[in-house]
Design a protein around this ligand. Structure first.
Ligand SMILES: *[C@@H]1O[C@H](CO)[C@@H](O)[C@H](O)[C@H]1NC(C)=O
Ligand SMILES: *[C@@H]1O[C@H](CO)[C@@H](O)[C@H](O)[C@H]1NC(C)=O
Ligand SMILES: *[C@@H]1O[C@H](CO)[C@@H](O)[C@H](O)[C@H]1NC(C)=O
Ligand SMILES: *[C@@H]1O[C@H](CO)[C@@H](O)[C@H](O)[C@H]1NC(C)=O
Ligand SMILES: *[C@@H]1O[C@H](CO)[C@@H](O)[C@H](O)[C@H]1NC(C)=O
Ligand SMILES: *[C@@H]1O[C@H](CO)[C@@H](O)[C@H](O)[C@H]1NC(C)=O
Ligand SMILES: *[C@@H]1O[C@H](CO)[C@@H](O)[C@H](O)[C@H]1NC(C)=O
Ligand SMILES: *[C@@H]1O[C@H](CO)[C@@H](O)[C@H](O)[C@H]1NC(C)=O
Ligand SMILES: *[C@@H]1O[C@H](CO)[C@@H](O)[C@H](O)[C@H]1NC(C)=O
Ligand SMILES: *[C@@H]1O[C@H](CO)[C@@H](O)[C@H](O)[C@H]1NC(C)=O
Ligand SMILES: *[C@@H]1O[C@H](CO)[C@@H](O)[C@H](O)[C@H]1NC(C)=O
Ligand SMILES: *[C@@H]1O[C@H](CO)[C@@H](O)[C@H](O)[C@H]1NC(C)=O
Length: 741
């Protein structure tokens, strides 16, 4: 019996042994995959050796040391399939994927590069390297198995070799952000790439029209042709591609086109045509784009009324674009619009059109709204008072340049995140809303050119982030006196209180905490922007909202469509300020514009004005200033506009540097002034103002010249020195949106 049992067991074991063996070999096989092929391994090493890398060649220092630096033939990791960035086929051992993006590679890519012997490659990413402006070698065309090719942001230049088009298996091609790259024929490139899903040629200079054949790439999901210098007519068939979700042809000013009829089956989520010459009407069927998430048509030439599918009478709840987050229709010629976009809207920008009508209280239901810009249209009526309880998500409110009247609602509830409020150039009247003191994050407040009637808002002193305060051209009155903390905001650098009825002594000591003014780095030419990022349907959308304003500069009313960070301006003109201008003013030494004209100021012109070395415009006209024009002002070599007319100044007008360029109307109306450029000559006893004793060297040389200023005048070739302010005036008001997946 026992032996029988043993027999049975041994039989079982006999069955088990091959099973165990099979398991063992399988485990063994999965532990030891096929090794990398020698020829491919050495091709990779040769490729590695053809480039340099160091910390300076990295886009981002955190990319250092790059993946490629660990590739070695000695030591443990001799198998190239285990190298960082290398992917092999598990069965054949061939290299099928290479991801060397952001690898700090620097050097030219040559046509004999060993890379092109890796003929089994399917995915190749060399984005974010620096290929030293070399051409894209035509050798890429030998990698016939490629399905993914990403050469974006890699400093390639020259013509794209047209036989890249033989890579007919490509589904993904990104050659974007190589700013010196050219493409002779878009048709030639894509006609064989019928499987493309994603095509990005951003900033590649394309000298051909957009071919109809793009409309045959039925797999296409995303198409980016931003900033390609395209011209001609955009083929409408592209809009109808059955899988197209994301189409961006931004910033092609010569590209014409119109919008076709859209079907409700269209999967379009993002449509960006901003900065093109697309024209005509927005078709009624645009309302069929059920999936639409973002629409940018800023700075195009669309006209007419908004389609009835989106009209005034459309109830919010059945508004067609239920997933819309961004609607930017700025700078077109639209006459009527959906005033109230769907509740999902985050950004609503319709500035610079010809829109009319009143703002409906329904707008207060947009609880996700971040930016609202209705500026420069023909909106009228009063603002709905529900704006006072508007969602705290709002951070940009721009209603500038309309015909609104009535009082300004109590904006900013507690916890508000408001950054920009611009209500200028309307007919608002009454008091300033006291709730503004809740806008703790406010950076820009512009209520200029209205009919507001109130005392100076010293209660705004709580706004420590304030950078720009413009209250010009209103009926504001009273003393801007102590105690006021408003000027204590360390970042304030644009203050315009001109053309009101403010009175009292002008106390420049109030400005002593203007730290911003004192630390300004004049080489910093960045613009003032409101920057936000918005998450939408898997994308992060970066919104840059440049701030614009109208002020008086160098005697002219000017619209600054962008403002550089370092711009600093104090305009207190046309009020009833009195008292002396103290020497303290010399501490605000980054000022570019100072206008104190048309007040009731007395005393001397402070010598310390000579310390305002970046000053470009100084207007002290129409006051009661007396004494001489300080010689120190000739040190202001950026001074382009100077006016002390209609005061009680005396003595010889200084000369030298910019002073030789000012016309005589700058000095008119001062009975005691004499010398060029006035026709009144000086009497012998009238002497030029003397430099202050503090500046010894200059004083000595001055005395040697013995006031024969005509000689200096001849020897000095003067010219207008164009300063920083000119850099502010940018003619186009371009919206800047950067979007990346
Ligand atoms: C970069 O390109 C220049 C000009 O073609 C060439 O002289 C230089 O050797 C290249 N540098 C590298 C590292 O390839
Ligand atoms: C490629 O050609 C250059 C000269 O054009 C030569 O210096 C280099 O060694 C070649 N590289 C390979 C891998 O053959
Ligand atoms: C190309 O590669 C870079 C770096 O990996 C990546 O950031 C970029 O998104 C890729 N392009 C696209 C369109 O996916
Ligand atoms: C692409 O063109 C280059 C020369 O212009 C040539 O050497 C290469 O063989 C071509 N590639 C294919 C796949 O025909
Ligand atoms: C497109 O493909 C066809 C057939 O595969 C080939 O004959 C033709 O040369 C290709 N065209 C281009 C521009 O590569
Ligand atoms: C593009 O598609 C249309 C019809 O869908 C066809 O008539 C045309 O020949 C195609 N063009 C090319 C170049 O394949
Ligand atoms: C815009 O459209 C109008 C007609 O609607 C036309 O007169 C004008 O020339 C167009 N402007 C541009 C820049 O295309
Ligand atoms: C320029 O100014 C901006 C804002 O003040 C600051 O964020 C940036 O770092 C400055 N850039 C330089 C180069 O100083
Ligand atoms: C100063 O302001 C007055 C109005 O208040 C204006 O007329 C004048 O042009 C301004 N001066 C300069 C130089 O901008
Ligand atoms: C200007 O100041 C003088 C005193 O210096 C005063 O008498 C006069 O009323 C003031 N004028 C205005 C308009 O404030
Ligand atoms: C100076 O100001 C007066 C008025 O205050 C004005 O008439 C004159 O044109 C101005 N001159 C210059 C050069 O700006
Ligand atoms: C200003 O100059 C013109 C000639 O250039 C002269 O006719 C006029 O009298 C001068 N005005 C004054 C106030 O000196």
């Amino acid at each position: 019996m026992a032996s029988f049992l043993c027999y049975l067991m041994s039989i079982r074991l006999l069955f088990l042994i091959p099973l165990l063996h099979a398991i063992a070999t399988n485990c063994f096989a999965s532990r030891q995959p096929v090794l990398c092929h020698d020829d491919e391994s050495s091709a990779l090493l040769q490729f590695k050796q053809s480039f340099h890398w160091n910390l300076n060649s990295c886009f981002d220092p955190s990319d250092y040391p790059p993946k490629i630096s660990s590739w070695k033939v000695e030591g443990v990791d001799t198998d190239c399939c285990s190298w960082d960035g290398v992917e092999c086929n598990e069965e054949t051992g061939h290299v099928i994927g290479l991801d060397l993006s952001s690898s700090c590679l620097y050097g030219s890519m040559l046509s004999n590069s060993s890379l092109f012997s890796l003929v089994h490659l399917r995915r190749l990413n060399l984005a974010y390297n620096h290929f030293n402006s070399s051409q894209i070698p035509s050798g890429f065309s030998r990698l016939s198995g490629l399905t993914y090719l990403n050469l974006s942001s890699s400093s390639f230049s020259g013509q794209i070799p047209i036989n890249i088009s033989v890579l007919s298996k490509l589904t993904f091609l990104d050659l974007s952000n190589n700013f010196k790259l050219h493409l002779r024929s878009l048709q030639g490139l894509v006609q064989n790439l019928t499987r493309l899903k994603d095509l990005s040629l951003k900033y590649v200079q394309i000298s051909s029209p957009v071919p109809e054949i793009l409309g045959n790439l039925s797999c296409l999901r995303t198409l980016y042709l931003t900033g390609c210098g395209l011209h001609g007519e955009f083929p409408p068939g592209i809009f109808k591609l059955p899988n197209l979700q994301d189409l961006r042809v931004v910033s092609n000013p010569d590209l014409m086109g119109y919008l076709p009829e859209f079907h409700s089956s269209s999967p379009l989520k993002i449509l960006s045509l901003a900065g093109t010459s697309f024209s005509g009407k927005l078709p009624d069927s645009i309302g069929n784009l059920n999936s639409l998430n973002a629409l940018w048509t800023g700075k195009c030439n669309f006209s007419g009324h908004i389609p009835s599918s989106l009209g005034f009478d459309q109830h919010m709840d059945n508004f067609p674009w239920s997933q819309l987050q961004i609607l930017d229709l700025r700078s077109n010629m639209l006459q009527a619009l959906p005033q109230i976009p769907p509740p999902s809207t985050v950004v609503y920008l319709v500035a610079d059109n010809m829109l009319q009508g009143e703002v409906s209280p329904l707008i207060c239901k947009l609880s996700s709204l971040h930016s609202l810009d209705l500026s420069n249209n023909k909106f009228r009526g009063t603002l709905p008072h529900c704006l006072s309880s508007f969602s705290n998500s709002l951070s940009i409110l721009n209603l500038q340049g309309n015909n609104f009247h009535g009082t300004i609602p109590q904006l900013c509830a507690k916890g508000s995140r408001m950054k920009i409020i611009d209500m200028s150039q309307n007919q608002f009247e009454g008091l300033l809303p006291r709730s503004l003191s809740n806008c703790k994050t406010l950076e820009i407040l512009n209520l200029g050119s209205n009919q507001l009637n109130d005392v100076f808002p010293s209660w705004l002193g709580t706004l420590s982030e304030l950078r720009v305060l413009i209250l010009r051209r209103n009926g504001l009155y009273g003393v801007v006196g102590s105690p006021t903390t408003i000027f204590a905001s360390p970042n304030l650098h644009i203050l315009d209180l001109s053309s009101n009825k403010f009175t009292g002594k002008l106390t420049f000591e109030y400005f002593q905490s203007w730290k911003y003014m004192k630390k300004i780095n004049a080489d910093n030419f960045t613009y003032m922007l409101e920057f936000t990022s918005i998450q939408s349907c898997g994308f992060t959308v970066y919104q840059y909202y440049p701030y614009s304003m109208t002020i008086t500069s160098k005697g002219r009313e000017m619209m600054y469509s962008k403002i550089i960070e370092v711009f600093a301006d104090i305009d207190l003109s046309s009020n009833e300020f009195s008292g002396k201008v103290s020497e303290f003013i010399g501490n605000l030494n980054s000022l570019q514009l100072l206008n104190l004209s048309n007040n009731n100021l007395t005393g001397h012109i402070p010598l310390s004005l000579g310390d305002l070395t970046t000053l470009e415009s100084l207007d002290l006209s129409q006051n009661k200033l007396s004494g001489r024009i300080p010689w120190q002002l000739t040190q202001l070599t950026f001074l382009e506009s100077f006016n002390v007319s209609h005061n009680q100044l005396t003595g010889l007008i200084p000369h030298g540097n910019q002073f030789d360029t000012f016309e005589n109307s700058s000095f008119a109306g001062n009975l005691g002034l004499c010398g060029n450029p006035l026709s009144k000559k000086c009497e012998n006893h009238e002497q030029a103002p003397l430099p202050s004793s503090g500046i010894k060297e200059v004083q000595d040389s001055w005395f040697h010249i013995e006031f024969d200023w005509k000689i200096i005048l001849l020897g000095y070739v003067s010219g207008l020195i164009i300063g920083v302010v000119v850099g502010n005036v940018v003619t186009e008001k371009m919206q800047c949106w950067f979007v990346r997946t």
